[in-house]
Every structure is written in structure tokens, then in C-alpha cells.
Design a protein around this ligand. Structure first.
Ligand SMILES: Nc1ncnc2c1ncn2[C@@H]1O[C@H](COP(=O)(O)OP(=O)(O)O)[C@@H](O)[C@H]1O
Ligand SMILES: O=P(O)(O)OC[C@H]1O[C@](O)(COP(=O)(O)O)[C@@H](O)[C@@H]1O
Length: 310
């Protein structure tokens, strides 16, 4: 069983427009809603690949009820902690003319101290039946930047492998607790290092420094370029397949779903890295968020190559 924690769960809403004119009236031609937030998406991918995932995190208000209802419809197993404030909506606006995607992410609710305690209690209980935990997404207000670090420290004491995918201060603090794997994209890596990475050499150096802390799998996802991986055996590159891009929202989460599913299955790291890139790209070629199809992923995996570059 893989448990994913989404402390700032969301309704992921997509608006498709023929054309987006900022400062003008725009008509929406198509609207879709899904239960979302990063960990929810990761669990959806794990389930689509054939794995067992349990979703948790905080949900509240009518939006929270809707998230739970949407996940139930999908038959995703969820055990959320219910909070007083309203869960957020994350909106993606797709401009059909240019293919551009604009994301508007609400900050979300403020978590109360007793709600956080309930979450910690749930995590302690869940740790008895879960070998991997995935901690994903931004932190809601009311929780300190050390929140993920606190969870990682507790789970590591129980021998559980923790995968972390977050941003800003939560990532900086979380890395100090030495999770099993991390997956920053280029923007998150710049936040972590305090500077923009300009060359592959800089990327490798940054990865090796993070690896030296003791993190087993450093995965830098690089959008259309694929990903770079650093582990105890060296530095590896997997180029993404060439695809017709439809919606890249959720590609990072799908990448993480593929990676964690394969690592938890006991696959080799080479297989797991190829499945990660394949799932990210399979997501980018679909309209819906993190609804990958196994046959598409398997087809990409067959075609992908992993290259040892150092
Ligand atoms: N334009 C694209 N073409 C092909 N694959 C893509 C594209 N964008 C993303 N991907 C796939 O999704 C993975 C994660 O994408 P990335 O944009 O790095 O993550 P995030 O969504 O976290 O920003 C990439 O490693 C790649 O496999
Ligand atoms: O928790 P955050 O960082 O605010 O991000 C939330 C958003 O990230 C997503 O999970 C997409 O993330 P990725 O594109 O990085 O995979 C959306 O579904 C969601 O709305």
C-alpha cells in the first residue's frame, strides 16, 4: 500500500477557451472538474497502473465534500481529516488557439492546531500498513514550513520510505529531514538552491550535493526534456518521448506516481525512472489530469532509453 498525503487538497477545475483575452470578457467553451491536489493525482496514477493507494490530507466545507464525492465516483480510496475551513479550487485556463495554460491556484484554508494533531494521529495509524508515503504539494496556512520534515522524521523512524514533492520553504526544510526521494521541477530546484540552474553541469553538481545528504533518488523533472536522475550508481538521463501536448497540468504528479509505483514494486531504478518519464508524458498527451492509460505508458516505456551520463 502506498499512502499519499495532500495537505492542501483542491478541486482541480479546467476551463477551455477558444482564445484568452486578459482584461476582456471571455466565454468558456468547456469545463471539467476533478478531485485534486498533488497527492490525489499521484494516487490516481498509482491506481491506474494497478497499484493500491490510499489518499489522505485535509478537506473542508462544500468544496471538501465535492472532492470526496469526486474521488468516490472514481473509486479512489480516501481517508481525509475534516477541517472547519473550505478546501480550495485550483483553476487551469487553456487557451485553445495558442495551447497556453494559465494556472490560478487558491491559497486554501487555514489549519487549526487540533486538526493537525488529528492528521498526525492518522499518519501514525496508517504507518502500520503502508510501506511508502508520498507527501505532495504546497502547505496550507497555519502549518509551519517544517511540517513535511516533521512527518518525514516520524515515518523514517518506522522504516518507511518517504517521497517528497513540494516547493519553496517546505521543500528547503523537508530536504533537511532526508526523504527517500525528491522530485523538484526546474522552478522548485531554483527555489531550493536560491539560483536558476543554467547548464547540465550545474544540474549534476546540485544533484550530487543533494545525494550527498543521503537522499536515495534525486529526480529533476525537466518538462519536455524529460528528467535527470542522481542515485548511488551515478547520474542518468531519460529523454521524454515526442508527443502532441494537450494538458501538462499533473505531469509532475504522474511522474511521481509512476516512479513510486515501480519503486514500491521492487523494480530496478532504471525501470522506475523510465516509468516516471513515461507517466509524465502520458499525462501531458491527455486532457484529464493524471488519468493515464496503462497501454500508453507501457508503449512509451518500450521506446525510452536511460543513459548514464556520469
Ligand atoms: N511537453 C512535454 N512533452 C513530453 N513530456 C512532457 C512534457 N511536459 C512534461 N512532460 C513529462 O512530464 C514530466 C514532468 O513534467 P514537469 O513539467 O517537469 O513537472 P511539473 O508538472 O512538476 O512541473 C517530464 O519529466 C516529462 O516526462
Ligand atoms: O499544491 P500546489 O503546489 O499548490 O499545487 C496544486 C496543483 O498542482 C497540481 O497537482 C498539478 O501539479 P503538477 O503539474 O506539478 O503535476 C494541480 O492538480 C493542483 O491544482
Amino acid at each position: 500500500m502506498i499512502t499519499t498525503i495532500t495537505l492542501n487538497a483542491a478541486i482541480d477545475q479546467v476551463y477551455e477557451l477558444d482564445c484568452l483575452a486578459v482584461g476582456n470578457t471571455n466565454r468558456v467553451v468547456n469545463k471539467r472538474q476533478q478531485g485534486g491536489g498533488k497527492g490525489v493525482n499521484v494516487a490516481r496514477v498509482i491506481t491506474a497502473l494497478g497499484g493500491h493507494a490510499c489518499v489522505s490530507g485535509f478537506v473542508g466545507g462544500l468544496n471538501g465534500e465535492k472532492i470526496e464525492m469526486l474521488l468516490k465516483e472514481e473509486k479512489l480510496h480516501a481517508e481525509f481529516v475534516h477541517i472547519a475551513q473550505e478546501s480550495r479550487i485550483c483553476l487551469t485556463v487553456i487557451n485553445k488557439q495558442t495551447g497556453e495554460m494559465t494556472e490560478l491556484l487558491e491559497q486554501g484554508p487555514t489549519i487549526q492546531a487540533k486538526e493537525w494533531q488529528q492528521m498526525l494521529t492518522w499518519i501514525e495509524k496508517q504507518a502500520e500498513q503502508s510501506v511508502y508515503f508520498v507527501l505532495s504539494g504546497s502547505l496550507p496556512k497555519g502549518l509551519p514550513a517544517k511540517t513535511y520534515a516533521t512527518i518525514i522524521e516520524r515515518l523514517k523512524k518506522k522504516g518507511i520510505r518517504v517521497v517528497l514533492d513540494t516547493s519553496a520553504e517546505a521543500l528547503i526544510e523537508g530536504v533537511q529531514a532526508i526523504p527517500y526521494a525528491i522530485k523538484p521541477n526546474e522552478e522548485e530546484l531554483a527555489q531550493l538552491l536560491g539560483k536558476v540552474i543554467e547548464s547540465e553541469q550545474d544540474l549534476i553538481q546540485a544533484g550530487e550535493r543533494l545525494r550527498a545528504l543521503g537522499i536515495e533518488h534525486i529526480c529533476f523533472s525537466l518538462g519536455a526534456k524529460g528528467a535527470l536522475f542522481i542515485n548511488e550508481f551515478g547520474v542518468f538521463r531519460v529523454d521524454a518521448p515526442k508527443i502532441e501536448v494537450v494538458n501538462t497540468v499533473g505531469s509532475g504528479d504522474s511522474f511521481l506516481g509512476g516512479l513510486t509505483y515501480k519503486l514500491a514494486q521492487g523494480a530496478t531504478y532504471s525501470e522506475a525512472y523510465k516509468w516516471a518519464v513515461a507517466c509524465g508524458s502520458a499525462n501531458a498527451s491527455e486532457k484529464d489530469i493524471a488519468k493515464v492509460h496503462l497501454h500508453v505508458v507501457e508503449d512509451f516505456v518500450q521506446k525510452l532509453k536511460i543513459t548514464k551520463i556520469k
